[in-house]
Design a protein around this ligand. Structure first.
Ligand code: SF4
Length: 365
């Protein structure tokens, strides 16, 4: 048994769990080498465009190629087509995504805040980051969901939310500068992590959203198949959601609040519910999904209940859900009276009952 197998035996056992195979079957096939990561499929689809083409032409081509990528993925998955028989096009669907993400970066609306500033020229948005690609740390994460472990996790600086209880506040709020990476450095890091046994590349921060263009550029240079995990707070724009389709294998999405009052009060996130639910629906359409719900003290009824009800109704009762009990009062949590407390065992048990009552059958345990 590998060293990590003895640390996390559940990470091996989970491969034979029928519920996990049902929810994350394609991802598991990618890590077993039976299917190909989506970014490599995207690289084989020719895209005929010029960098300065009108935006509406680029988006319309992107929509056409998204449909094509869904069809090609199906063919490749069924082994009717071999990717090896495709030549590398002069410009690909993945290159088109980079082009569009760079356009968005110049009047930034990667997330719901739509700051509209030119990040490419170094201007900093609400997320406090500009044009570099600052990496805070990268390591094989052994604490993630069993199906993800060991997870090649890369933390970038900056976040488009301001959760007052943030455990990663030094990174998310830009107190730590990080080391600026080029896309080549990132691609090399990804290859090294894959060689060292990572099951996936886990893009996180802060949040990965402010760096979508840099992530896409980096994966243009990665040679070997490895599953991509988009580990996000779900507060990203419709344009970002469109670019994630055909690139992301697994959407690892936080569902933080069951209403916009709590979202604004704790995370300064207007329209959170609308953005979060829409992005979960997009994720379900274009990839596989793991939903993370951090249970906050005093928020079982206002948040956890409506979240779990929505998940069961809209994503289905077989979706993988991680109901998390590890809340601790960090950073500015004392500013919110109920967040000064730790979550009690009784309160967490109540949320497990809610999950059971709404019919969810695939909780991470
Ligand atoms: S990613 Fe940052 S700069 Fe861009 S819209 Fe969001 S908060 Fe503003």
């Amino acid at each position: 048994m590998s060293l990590w197998g003895s640390i996390r035996p559940d990470a091996l056992a989970v491969l034979n769990d029928s519920r996990v195979r049902k929810a994350l079957g394609r991802y598991l096939n990618v890590l077993e080498g039976k299917k190909t990561a989506k970014f490599l499929i995207a690289r084989k689809i020719a895209a005929d465009f010029a960098e300065n083409d009108p935006l509406d032409r680029l988006w319309s081509l992107h929509e056409e190629l998204t449909r094509k990528s869904v069809a090609l993925e199906r063919e490749v998955d069924c082994s009717h087509e071999s990717l090896a028989s495709f030549n590398d096009p002069r410009a690909s669907y993945l290159d088109l995504k980079v082009c569009l993400a760079n356009r968005i970066f110049e009047s930034c609306h990667l997330c719901i805040r739509s700051c509209g500033i030119n990040r490419a020229s170094g201007e900093r948005g609400w997320c406090k980051v500009g044009s570099g690609f600052p990496v805070s740390s990268a390591f094989q994460h052994m604490g993630e969901e069993p199906e993800l472990v060991p997870s090649g996790t890369i933390f970038t600086v900056g976040c488009n939310l301001r959760c007052l209880h943030c455990q990663n506040w030094a990174i998310s709020q830009g107190y730590e500068p990080g080391e600026t990476f080029t896309s080549k450095m990132m691609a090399d890091l990804i290859e090294r992590m894959r060689m060292a046994g990572a099951r996936n590349i886990n893009m996180v921060g802060g949040d990965p959203t402010p760096w979508l263009n840099r992530w896409l550029e980096s994966f243009c240079k990665v040679r070997n198949s490895i599953a991509t995990i988009w580990n996000s707070n779900s507060y990203y724009s419709p344009e970002t959601a469109r670019l994630l389709a055909g690139f992301v294998d697994v959407y690892l999405l936080d569902f933080k609040y069951g209403n916009n009052v709590c979202a604004e009060r704790i995370s300064s996130a207007p329209k959170y519910w609308e953005a979060c639910t829409q992005n979960h629906l997009n994720a379900k359409e274009y990839g596989e999904v793991i939903v993370r719900v951090l249970v906050l003290p005093g928020h079982s009824e206002c948040c956890v209940r409506p979240i779990l009800e929505w998940i069961a109704k809209s994503l289905g009762v077989y979706v993988r859900v991680n109901l998390m009990d590890q809340y601790r009062p960090e950073w500015r949590a004392p500013e919110i009276p109920e967040l000064r407390l730790k979550l009690t065992t009784k309160e967490f048990s109540e949320t497990l009952k809610i999950a059971k009552n709404v019919g969810l059958t695939n909780l991470v345990t």
